[in-house]
Design a protein around this ligand. Structure first.
Ligand code: AMP
Ligand code: MG
Length: 406
């Protein structure tokens, strides 16, 4: 085994190097059905008022406030989608249902609960005020308002708003097309029979989930054997239709680690090693036509942690997200953490709240093969390199994956 010649790069510097090479992808117009969680690539300007008409907020009776206090004949009904025809006669009321158009001439609505009514009359209390119990045109938003800005993520409210403004399609950023490939002679696909020394290709599924969560369109390639010619053939085939290649395995310094030399021959390797635990052999290269390659380490936790730290922000930039990284918050350690020598450790923790603070408990053994260290992890806490333990009670920075309810 030869020592690697790649310089060890600080993780923050490595992320900056990656992001420097990543461009925002182009745009496409999609029907609303395909828009959830996409990033809007255009401002959305309202071309109408909402509500578009005076719309009753309750079930009740529409009348002129000046006629309140007494019995009024009923002149008809305004239901949702079925307006009262003509204008309301003097000294009369109309039955109105929630969402019904306020009849012309009426200036207030009295709730059902506040009246006595017969088949063709209603007794309304005295002192009703004009303007009660209905939404005015433009009360929610007026024509010309910029309701959504480009860069905004299309969640439920944003999509509902676009639909309410009668937009059947929106211009959004494209999803990155990713080719995902595991490498290694020892790999067997899930459901298969294991011979001695073989393991299941679990990274394929872990990374598929991570990629989907990050908004990628993923093609699952067959796992590549530790053979330079076959690996090259599979990678070249994949690159023709994808803008990003993500591999796992084959990036450390053993003789079967073939990904780095292949990427060297296809483009420029910017990162070959990082001062990160787990994930030291993380590799990043740019290839022709703006394509990117991420060579993730083989150990399952290493591949997911380096995905989180380097790949996810890059994929989010491609899709036009403004926020690329997970939120960072200070947390208080509830255990003694032993730093790694010369490397920042992303220690997996669960969190609980105590007063205003977040308390971090280790998920147990931090072995890079132990996926259980990530199951139920709320955060990755950054333990800076050093010789001395970071003591229980110390405050450290954490990358928040999710927050506990309590
Ligand atoms: P490598 O970086 O190829 O030397 O892989 C390091 C270790 O990671 C291997 O010895 C396996 O135990 C594990 N590994 C590699 N690829 C996978 C995979 N696709 N799924 C699960 N574990 C893997
Ligand atoms: Mg391998």
């Amino acid at each position: 085994m030869q020592p690697s010649t790649y310089p060890l790069i600080d993780p923050d510097q490595a992320l900056a190097l990656v992001l420097h090479e990543v461009a925002v992808l182009g745009t496409e117009e999609l029907p609303l059905a395909a828009c959830p969680n996409r990033v809007l690539a255009q401002d959305l300007i309202a071309e109408q008022d909402l509500p578009a008409f005076s719309s009753s907020a309750v079930d009740g009776y529409a009348l002129r406030a000046a006629d309140s206090g007494g019995r009024l004949p009923l002149a008809g009904e305004a239901a949702a989608g079925r307006p009262f025809q003509g204008s309301l006669p003097e000294a009369a009321a109309a039955r109105i249902l929630t969402g019904g158009v306020l009849p012309e001439g009426a200036d207030t609505v009295v709730m059902l609960e506040e009246v006595r009514a017969g088949a063709d009359w209603v007794e309304v209390p005295a002192g009703l005020r004009p303007g009660s119990n209905y939404h005015r045109p433009g009360a929610d938003l007026t024509t010309g308002t910029r309701v959504l800005r480009r860069g905004e993520v299309l969640g439920p409210a944003e999509l509902g708003l676009a639909a309410a403004l009668n937009r059947p399609s929106l211009t959004v950023h494209r999803h990155p097309r990713i080719a995902l490939m595991s490498t290694g002679d020892e790999l067997v696909q899930v459901g298969g029979r294991l011979e001695p020394g073989q393991i299941i290709d679990s990274n394929r599924w872990a990374l598929l989930a991570a990629l989907r969560e990050a908004g990628a369109e993923v093609s699952l390639l067959p796992a590549a054997p530790d053979d330079p010619a076959q690996l090259r053939r599979l990678v070249l085939g994949a690159l023709s239709e994808h803008e990003v290649l993500v591999t796992s395995g084959g990036v450390s310094v053993g003789s079967h680690d073939l990904v780095k030399p292949l990427l060297e021959s296809l483009g420029k390797v910017h990162i070959g090693r990082v001062k990160l635990k787990p994930g030291k052999p993380f590799t990043f290269a740019t290839l022709s036509q703006g394509r990117l390659a991420f060579g993730l380490p083989g150990f399952p936790v290493s591949s997911l942690v380096t995905f989180e730290v380097f790949v996810r922000p890059a994929l989010r930039r491609m899709q036009g997200f403004r926020e690329l990284q997970r939120p960072r918050l200070p947390v208080r350690l509830d255990f003694d953490a032993k730093p790694a020598v010369g490397r920042t450790e992303y220690h997996r923790v669960s969190l609980r709240r105590k007063g205003d603070e977040l308390i971090a408990q280790t998920t147990g053994s931090q072995s890079s093969s132990r996926l259980l260290s990530l199951v139920g992890a709320h955060a990755l806490v950054r333990i800076p390199p050093g010789d001395e333990p970071v003591r229980r009670g110390s405050q450290v920075e954490a990358l928040i994956l999710s927050l506990p309810a309590d």
